[in-house]
Write a protein that binds this ligand. Structure first.
Ligand code: PMP
Length: 439
């Protein structure tokens, strides 16, 4: 059997309706911004392979760091032991975040980074004698992963109907999306903040934590808010003593133009969740960073108050070595300057493309550019995305629309010429498919 036949016989793919999905495409090689298929075709990866890739595929420096580490020590238990890549990466992460964020707890993926943060916040209140804190607050529309705690806080994303009965208590508060040329967002923000105040007046002393994706809600449709709005919400939570968890799983490591999105909002959360780009997108790795107040609430003379959580592959040395190498590339390759150039080119393209019929809500932050097609609310179930995706594929572009939201998110290494090719290709596709969404 060839690769696809073998896959079809034995594999179950994520987020896929296995009966109707077209056969998966075998990828044999990846380099820079490109993926190379078995049949010789080349695709520009405009989704960074589920938002993980940072500097480009198969970057030789990260590949070499992983190879060196694999030959020295591939993995070791992380309870009672440590190693250089884990310690060095933690140091770099802490130095890049505002104080008092100071303690790095490693895990494997974005969902576990969130799960760990929720559990830390929950146990923090039990360790400090306030067990009445029995619910979480989160933004409507947020997505935080597919494990139980992460599903509960991301429940309004609409993915989890079969699991409704199994979720912990979460109260959702409004998120205010904005886009280029949107003049009315301050009014919408004021209304949302008043609603949030009312929720806090009634419930603040029951809230264990507030969780949010900072500046961009990814999976709910690349919805972006103003830094001022995020800051106003975070300040309200912290003024009431509610710990704030920022989920930087997608936004971290340059995606929004700064190393972390929280920098643009000028806020210091109590817990931060990191994954995806933490290893440059090479290996599964995650970190939950806690401030000293939370960390110290777990200290004691016996195990009683300790954080009873850990994964077999906690702080995998290969992933951490990739992370250390990726951090160095931010300096060596001027990654944030590259992302700034991508942003400028995207804004110029958005100004053009937003004039096409049915194309609305142009928005851009860091390396992300997004538009909404047809009905101007993000609609994950809109079928237009599949048609746009298929037509882009014919143009040599990997894009992954979310319903009627189409976005570009290239790796930082993409050349001006490649980015222009992707933008031009997508513009063509939007002209061809306009009859599906433009009335
Ligand atoms: N949080 C955010 C903001 C995400 O975008 C994602 C994944 N798309 C996750 C958490 C979950 O990460 P993972 O898929 O690695 O579990």
């Amino acid at each position: 059997m060839n690769i696809v036949e073998t896959d079809r016989a034995y594999v179950w793919h994520p987020f896929t309706q296995e009966r109707t999905a077209p056969p998966p495409l075998p990828v044999v090689r990846a380099s820079g911004a490109s993926l190379f298929l078995e049949d010789g075709r080349e695709l520009l990866d405009m989704a960074c392979s589920w938002w993980v890739n940072v500097h480009g595929h198969s970057h030789p420096k990260i590949a070499a760091a992983i190879a060196r580490q694999a030959e020295t020590m591939e993995h070791v238990i992380f309870a009672g032991f440590t190693h250089e890549p884990a310690a060095r990466l933690a140091e770099s992460i802490v130095n890049a975040l505002p104080r008092p964020l100071a303690r790095v707890f490693y895990s494997d993926n974005g969902s576990t980074a969130v799960e760990v943060a929720l559990k830390m916040a929950w146990q923090y209140w039990r360790n400090t004698g306030q067990p009445g804190r029995d619910q979480f607050l989160a933004f409507s529309g947020g997505y935080h992963g597919d494990t139980f705690g992460a599903m509960a806080v991301g429940r309004t994303s609409g993915y989890y109907a079969p699991f409704e009965g199994l979720m912990c208590q979460v109260r959702h508060v409004p998120f205010v999306s904005t886009w280029l040329g949107d003049d009315a967002c301050e009014e919408r923000e004021a209304k949302a903040l008043a609603e949030i105040d009312a929720v806090l007046d009634a419930n603040a002393d029951r809230c264990a934590a507030f969780l949010a994706e900072p500046l961009v809600q990814g999976a709910s449709g690349m919805n972006m808010c103003r830094p001022e709005f995020l800051r106003a919400v975070v300040e309200r939570m912290q003024a009431r003593g509610i710990p704030v968890i920022l989920d930087e799983v997608m936004t971290g490591f340059g995606r929004t133009g700064t190393l972390f999105a929280l920098e643009q909002a000028g806020v210091t959360p109590d817990l931060v969740c990191l994954s995806k780009g933490i290893s440059g997108g090479f290996l599964p790795l995650a970190a939950t960073v806690a401030n000293t107040r939370i960390y110290e609430a777990f200290l004691g003379d016996d195990f009683h108050n300790a954080f009873a959580h850990g994964h077999s592959f906690t702080a995998n040395p290969l992933g951490c070595a990739a992370g250390v190498a990726s951090f160095a590339l931010f300096e060596e390759e001027g990654t944030l300057a590259r992302i700034k150039r991508i942003n400028a080119a995207n804004r110029a393209w958005l100004a053009e493309v937003a004039r096409l019929p049915g194309v609305g809500r142009p928005r851009a932050l860091g390396s992300i550019a997004a538009i909404t097609l047809g009905r101007q609310e993000s609609d994950y179930h809109a079928s237009v995305g599949a048609a746009v995706k298929a037509a882009c594929f014919k143009q040599g572009l990997l894009i992954r629309p979310m319903g009627n939201v189409v976005y570009l998110m290239p790796p930082a290494c993409i050349s001006q010429e490649e980015l222009a090719r992707a933008q031009h290709g997508l513009t063509q596709v939007l002209r061809e498919t306009a009859r599906l969404y433009a009335s």
